[in-house]
Design a protein around this ligand. Structure first.
Ligand code: PGA
Length: 262
């Protein structure tokens, strides 16, 4: 059976409001013909761009998301963004646990568990990022790390919330300018491990949770990554931040996947 494919990008702390809107409109226009029943395209821009983006962009075409969220609805949480504030914008996605949130801002699995629970309770498609760092890979404990991140982060989920859960596997050593992309073979092995944990936790429903790969995805490796049996989508950083380039990457990946199905 053909899988549904997911293509998205987190814009991190790049692009001002105007640049974000221009980018989103270009991407929306360039991908108009792609059937959204087969492909989901999503962009996660800065908080400051979200208000304008939610007015200017058709979320049936480009799903919009937030890069982070507080677990509480309101209170003494200076500098945080509440789920109610994100609901006001009509966003579809909340991304949680990106490597930079975990490693630069010290978010641990317990904090992420509270955030994942809150995000799903507020009806957001929730994209939990997981992945081992370089040292954990060297110690050969990547599978254990993934297991801990998943079993802790997803421990409070109700069965009816599962259709709104997405996972991104982003090995820390693969992310960013100094990152080295995982080989398709390595990524597939880890996706398969993630799939096993999800099935342990949620039974057959665990099979349906989309698992996206992220970490130095580019025009070349996108084609082989997307054909791996347990890779449902690509979560792209730098190679997505130009709309034309991202459109090109998406189309290459789709072509390659379609070829692999024939
Ligand atoms: P990158 O970023 O593609 O630039 O490595 C990936 C990510 O941080 O999600």
């Amino acid at each position: 059976m053909k899988k549904k494919l997911y293509f998205g990008s987190n814009l991190k702390m790049y692009k001002n409001i105007n640049e974000t809107i221009t980018y989103l409109k270009q991407l929306q226009n360039a991908t108009l013909d792609l059937n959204r029943l087969e492909y989901t395209i999503f962009i996660i821009p800065s908080f400051t761009s979200l208000h304008q983006a939610s007015k200017d962009i058709n979320q049936d075409l480009i799903w919009l998301g937030a890069q982070n969220m507080c677990w509480a609805e309101q209170g003494q949480f200076t500098g945080e963004i509440s789920p109610l504030m994100l609901q006001e914008l009509g966003l579809k996605i909340v991304e949680l646990g990106h490597s930079e949130r975990r490693h630069v801002f010290g978010e641990d699995n317990q904090i992420l568990q509270k955030k994942v629970t809150a995000s799903l309770e507020h009806g957001f498609t929730t994209l939990l990022c997981v992945g081992e760092n370089e040292q954990e890979k060297e110690f050969d404990i990547s599978n254990e790390i993934l297991r801990i991140q998943l079993k802790t982060g997803l421990s409070d989920i109700k069965e009816e919330q599962l259709p709104k859960l997405w996972i991104a596997y982003e090995p820390v050593w693969a992310i960013g300018v100094n990152g080295k992309p995982a080989t398709a073979e390595y990524a597939q092995k880890k996706h398969s491990e993630i799939r096993t944990v999800l099935e342990e936790m949620f039974g057959a429903k665990g099979k349906e949770i989309p698992i996206l790969y992220g970490g130095s995805v580019n025009l070349q490796n996108a084609e082989v990554l997307i054909t791996q049996p347990d890779i449902d989508g690509l979560f792209v950083g730098r190679s997505a931040w130009n709309a034309e380039e991202f459109n090109h990457l998406i189309r290459n990946a789709i072509n390659s996947y379609q070829k692999s199905c024939t």
